[in-house]
Design a binder for this molecule. Structure first.
Ligand SMILES: Nc1ncnc2c1ncn2[C@@H]1O[C@H](COP(=O)(O)OP(=O)(O)O)[C@@H](O)[C@H]1O
Ligand SMILES: [Mg+2]
Length: 347
């Protein structure tokens, strides 16, 4: 029997955000098979699963307040913090700094180090590191000003995305540019709307694979999960747009279905797992992550991004793969907590 631990499950939702989410979900009830949990319940499910493994677990919402976070850590004295932070003051880029604070406080925490979180948040950085190490990513340029399609040197179709967002923020059907005359208007809109560099990238037609990697000291690839777009109607792009990911009222939400294990030829499956492991190692992942990629009809793989600390909720890519590898929800969370202990020495 392994030691039972005192775990603080840390997340950050400002109260307004919680209220807003809740209101939205209530409104959407008729469109859902079952009511989605409110943010608190989502984290409570994680705590509950950890308790089922014999741990003591408490959830804690930072609510953008560092002072009370530090007090909480001093009084609760967790053995491990389960780090589910994704945003700070509505800025995803600040997520990594909270892990930095945990490092400074010398509390072991789950998932990636601040450096890994920060590097992976920067999609351009990821593409440069992977590209320089023989891993294919879509050809791209990054711009902070209006430029013509010709000056990009890229070929249609393209996809335009904000450089520093995640969770499909800024990714809509209209992000995919198939006609020359749509390009400049979309770029103008993106620059104004997001006030950050915009990535202009060649659109990779094909299947979308999520490859979860897990373990320490040795990383393993779990069974591959696929986003099945086969039911997507012709007027919608085969992408995980914001609507496909979050909007239960939208057709794209219901027509992008996670399937695991993906039905893939053996050689492609092997190549995809190897690519994910290489990409993860290059980015410094050494516990759990999800590498998203596209597979062309010609069998080429392009990495879209490396997600450290990916969504752990039931139904999201990582857990789908974990279940296919025979980890229950609680087993996977328990292992993630155990992996965090090495950081006592490696932070
Ligand atoms: N170059 C591309 N080719 C095809 N689809 C893409 C490309 N870039 C992004 N997408 C689609 O947009 C989704 C979100 O893009 P991604 O780069 O993963 O951003 P996020 O961090 O918001 O998840 C992907 O899951 C994929 O469906
Ligand atoms: Mg993504």
């Amino acid at each position: 029997m392994e030691k039972s631990l005192k775990i603080l499950v840390l997340y950050n939702e400002t109260l307004d955000q919680v209220a807003e989410e809740h209101a939205k979900r209530q409104e959407n009830l008729p469109f859902m098979d079952k009511s989605l949990p409110t943010p608190d319940e989502e984290f409570e499910e994680i705590a509950l699963a950890l308790r089922s493994k014999g741990h003591t677990a408490q959830i804690y919402n930072i609510e953008d307040n560092l002072e009370t976070l530090i007090q909480k850590i001093e009084t609760f004295k967790p053995d491990v913090v389960f780090n589910l932070m994704e945003i700070f003051r509505f800025i995803p880029k600040l997520e990594s700094n909270v892990a930095g604070i945990l490092s400074l406080l010398k509390v072991p925490y789950t998932g990636a180090t601040p450096q890994v979180l920060r590097n992976c948040q920067d999609k351009v950085m990821v593409k440069r590191i992977l590209g320089n190490n023989g891993i294919k990513t879509a050809s791209f340029i990054v711009t902070q000003e209006l430029i013509s399609l010709k000056d990009t040197g890229l070929k249609l179709p393209l996809i335009l995305k904000p450089a520093y967002e995640d969770s499909s923020v800024g990714i809509e059907n209209a992000s995919v540019i198939r006609e020359e005359d749509k390009f400049i208007l979309r770029l103008e809109y993106m620059l104004k709307r997001f006030l950050q560099p915009i990535i202009i990238e060649e659109f990779i037609e094909g299947r979308e694979l999520n490859v979860a990697i897990f373990g320490y000291p040795k990383l393993h690839a779990l069974p591959i999960s696929e986003i099945d777009f086969s039911a997507m109607p012709p007027h919608l792009e085969n992408i995980v747009s914001y609507e496909a990911k979050w909007d239960e009222e939208h057709e794209a939400y219901h027509k992008s279905v996670g399937v695991c294990p993906a039905d893939l030829p053996k050689n492609i499956e092997k190549k995809a797992k190897q690519t994910a492991l290489n990409a993860g190692r290059l980015m410094g992942i050494n516990d759990y992550a999800r590498v998203d990629m596209r597979l062309t009809p010609q069998g080429e793989l392009y990495v879209l991004e490396v997600n450290p600390n990916p969504d752990l909720t039931e139904g999201a890519g990582f857990m789908r793969s974990a279940h296919a590898a025979d980890y229950s929800f609680a087993d996977a969370l328990d292992l993630i907590v155990r992996l965090a202990f090495r950081k006592k020495f490696h932070q």
